[in-house]
Structures are given as C-alpha cells and as structure tokens.
Write a protein that binds this ligand. Structure first.
Ligand code: SF4
Ligand code: SF4
Length: 95
C-alpha cells in the first residue's frame, strides 16, 4: 500500500529527496504523499526509502491505498515508461 504522512511530521524535508517517484512534497502543515505516484519504492528498491529517514516515524502505511504487486508495477511503468524495473523479485511490501 502507499504510505502517508501523519501529524507527527516536523517539516524537516528529509523524506522528499529520497523518493524516486517525486511523490513527496511540502503541504500546508505537513509533507504529503501523492498516492498516485507512490509505488512503495517498487521498481527501484527493496524497501521504502522515505520511512527510514523520518526522525519522527511520521510516514506510515496508508490502508486506504492498498495496491497489489501488479498495481504497483503498472504505476511504475506509467511513471517510468523507458526504465526497466529493478529489484522486483526482492521487493518487500511495508508492514
Ligand atoms: S514509499 Fe517510496 S515511492 Fe512511496 S513516497 Fe516513500 S520514497 Fe516515495
Ligand atoms: S522526514 Fe518525516 S518529519 Fe521530515 S518532512 Fe518527511 S515526514 Fe515530515
């Protein structure tokens, strides 16, 4: 599933440059994730990059945006039509 950012965000900005899909941006009060761009890092990495850098653990799975591996692959292909996906077999969904 896509991730979301909670009110625990302290607006440090550390997560934004970690996203390979440009899914994270500054919101009014917190940083926000565009669920239409979040692939859970599928296609690039085996783990979600943004969650590891957040100092307040404000980035959590978003149960309102559950995606199958096929959904994530389709999203990845739409975002990066000319780039072969990597690490697909080793990919781990978030808990
Ligand atoms: S999980 Fe990956 S793709 Fe989703 S917002 Fe975080 S860094 Fe971006
Ligand atoms: S890393 Fe965490 S605290 Fe910093 S902007 Fe992102 S969500 Fe907010």
């Amino acid at each position: 599933m896509a991730v979301k950012i909670t009110e625990d965000c302290v607006y440090c900005g550390a997560c934004e440059p970690t996203c390979p899909n440009d899914a994270i941006s500054p919101g009014d009060d917190y940083y926000v994730v565009d669920p239409d761009r979040c692939t859970e890092c599928f296609g690039f990495y085996t783990e979600q990059q943004c969650t590891g850098v957040c100092p307040t653990d404000a980035i959590v799975p978003d149960p309102e945006h559950e995606d199958s591996k096929e959904d994530l692959l389709a999203r990845y292909r739409a975002l990066h039509p000319d780039r072969p996906p990597e690490e697909v077999d080793a990919w781990n969904p978030p808990d």
